[in-house]
Design a protein around this ligand. Structure first.
Ligand SMILES: [Zn+2]
Length: 278
């Protein structure tokens, strides 16, 4: 019941947030090659994992010495995380909470400060999550970009940085190997799903998503009904009907679920690449 309540709050809080979603998780060349080499290995029915993983939560204080989030807020979002991941029998528990008084990390410069933060504040074998005020994400961009959160795909560090705590769910999808539904690094996915295994998010039961076209004009979709208000066409002249409720989309505040094949992919990644977590 507590979980359901948290899930409800997930929508309420999500609806109240007007800020544009911005995700800083990036696909490395190694990750790209890994995906191209393992497409045929994934199972089509995910196993239940029956596993609880430990989260180490680091809450950074502002220059005025105010924590970036309260512990209650952290626990609320971990409850929401557990509701969303329940079909996989994968759950998360906050095992350590550390208040970080070193407020220079509060307005966090990813390129300059990530290594130091992770060296000083991390617990091996756990998912290390840092809650702080803002993220300057200029790793591979020419201009400064601020992110709501980022993490690393399997094979990378067990690290997640959040300036918006509700991003924990989307980022946990990345942490277990999911891509944004509108991802184009692997190529542009067609609405007809005739190239869905090797383009977009590499997953076929998530529809092609034209988010990138909307980044500059968010008023063309309805945040209450979660519908596009104009027809947008792909390269084959089919109009997009994206899953605006999919957690790996950017159609915040509509997001609330993963698909079966997204669970398949996360189970595969957990068993093959993240099974050292305790
Ligand atoms: Zn993302």
């Amino acid at each position: 019941m507590k979980g359901l309540f948290a899930f409800f709050l997930f929508f309420v809080i999500g609806s109240a947030m007007q800020a544009q979603t911005s995700c800083g998780t990036k696909i490395s060349q190694e990750r790209f090659s890994y995906e191209m080499n393992t497409i045929s290995e994934r199972s089509s029915t995910y196993p239940r994992l029956f596993k609880t993983l430990s989260i180490s939560a680091y809450i950074v204080n502002s220059p005025a010495n105010v924590p970036a989030v309260s512990l209650e807020t952290v626990l609320l979002w971990v409850d929401s995380l557990n509701v969303v991941f329940a079909p996989l029998e994968l759950s998360f528990e906050v095992c350590t909470v550390v208040n970080v008084p070193n407020h220079k990390f509060y307005n966090f410069d990813r390129a300059l400060e990530e290594e130091e933060l992770y060296d000083v504040y991390s617990t091996p074998g756990t998912i290390n999550i840092y809650f702080l005020g803002s993220i300057l994400d200029n790793v591979s961009e020419e201009e400064d970009v601020h992110a709501d959160g980022y993490t690393y795909f399997p094979g990378g560090d067990d690290l997640m940085v959040l300036s918006d705590p509700k991003e924990i769910i989307h980022q946990m999808g990345h942490f277990f190997g999911l891509y944004d539904t509108h991802e184009t690094d692997f190529g542009e996915e067609h609405v007809l799903r005739n190239n869905c295994e090797t383009t977009g998010d590499l997953i076929c039961d998530t529809d092609a998503d034209p988010w990138t076209d909307f980044y500059e004009q968010p008023s063309t979709w309805n945040k209450t009904t979660c519908n596009l208000t104009e027809a947008v066409f792909d390269a084959q002249n089919q109009f997009y009907v994206p899953q605006m409720s999919n957690i790996m989309s950017f159609w915040d505040p509509c997001r609330c679920y993963f698909t079966n094949q997204q669970f398949d992919k996360m189970a595969f990644e957990y068993l093959n690449n993240r099974n050292y977590l305790r």
